[in-house]
Design a protein around this ligand. Structure first.
Ligand code: SIN
Length: 290
């Protein structure tokens, strides 16, 4: 018997789960209910979890192989599969990444095997006068694909995109100034661009998803620069400007899990110190997109 309760959000994306304690090993029935809810709703929040980094990694491991993020300075020292996302500075050093989630993106799509899931646990949430800041927004890539015209679907058949960590790095360095601008030799330490289909098949649901994002996709292979830019700009607007959205208002203790094939996400930077935001994150390796 379990007290697990799953409540769908108003739109097609998002659900809330209460009555689970993911700090301890989960029995199969509860794990399967959570896993099934991710397939059904693409983004789920499990409320009221107070996790250490090893507990977050252990829970995440139930879904697959945790990834160690390439940005090692943002990772937890003792549990490197867990990374910090924050606006907090300690002893003059940034705690984790201060500019993660600035652009719409799908996690680690710059790798040959991008993240299938992300598990993000809120330890501190910026709130003032009863208002919560720093929400995370999600947009559904399946309904976005379905809403394309037949002509555009046809145009995208077999097209691949380049997803670039290196381009993202210096773009963020210039736009936000909280990471250093890197020269070619320094950038070369990070992954080369990953080439993925623009339309990929979701490995569990079999649905077609749009897999380009403003944060990382910088070119469509084999197209002229003008054509590539025109199509990418259209797709970025189409995905993120759609009605297929969910906006997560954080509470301390939330464990938010999202499916990086079925949604893209972006964080809102509408707060500043002394309002603090501290999150710990674990991503799970997915398949090579096809
Ligand atoms: C991320 O992009 O993975 C972080 C999102 C957030 O901080 O809300």
């Amino acid at each position: 018997m379990t007290n697990l309760k799953i409540t769908a959000a108003a739109g097609p994306i998002g659900a809330e789960i209460t009555g689970a304690d993911v700090s301890r090993p989960l029995d199969t029935e509860i794990f399967q209910a959570i896993d099934g809810a991710i397939d059904d709703y693409a983004v789920i929040v499990i409320r009221d979890q107070n996790l250490t980094a090893p507990q977050l990694a252990d829970f995440s491991r139930r879904f697959g192989r945790p990834q160690v993020n390439v940005r090692q300075t943002a990772n937890n020292d003792g549990t490197p599969e867990v990374g910090w996302i924050s606006n907090v500075t300690k002893d003059g050093k940034q705690v984790g990444s201060h500019d993660a989630g600035r652009y719409w993106h799908s996690d680690l799509c710059y790798l040959e095997r991008p993240s299938k899931l992300t598990v993000l646990n809120a330890l501190e949430v910026p709130t003032k006068d009863g208002v919560t800041y720093g929400v995370t927004q999600f947009a559904g890539t399946v309904p976005a694909y379905d809403a394309l015209t037949d002509e555009m679907k046809h145009r995208l058949e077999g097209v691949q995109g380049a997803n670039s960590y290196r381009t993202m790095w210096n773009r963020k360095a210039i736009e936000f100034g909280v990471r250093p601008y890197l020269n070619e030799a320094e950038l070369a330490k990070y992954p080369e661009d990953a080439i993925h289909p623009v339309v990929r098949i979701h490995p569990k649901t079999g649905r077609k998803c749009l897999f380009v994002c403003n944060g990382y996709t910088n070119a469509l292979i084999g197209l002229t620069k003008e054509e590539s830019e025109e199509i990418l700009e259209f797709l970025f607007d189409h995905i993120t400007g759609s009605d297929f959205k969910y906006e997560h208002q954080w509470r301390v203790g939330d464990v938010l899990i999202w499916d990086n094939c079925a949604v893209q996400h972006k964080a809102k930077f509408d707060y500043a110190l002394p309002l603090r935001r501290l999150m710990q994150r674990c991503t799970i390796e997915g398949d090579k997109p096809y």
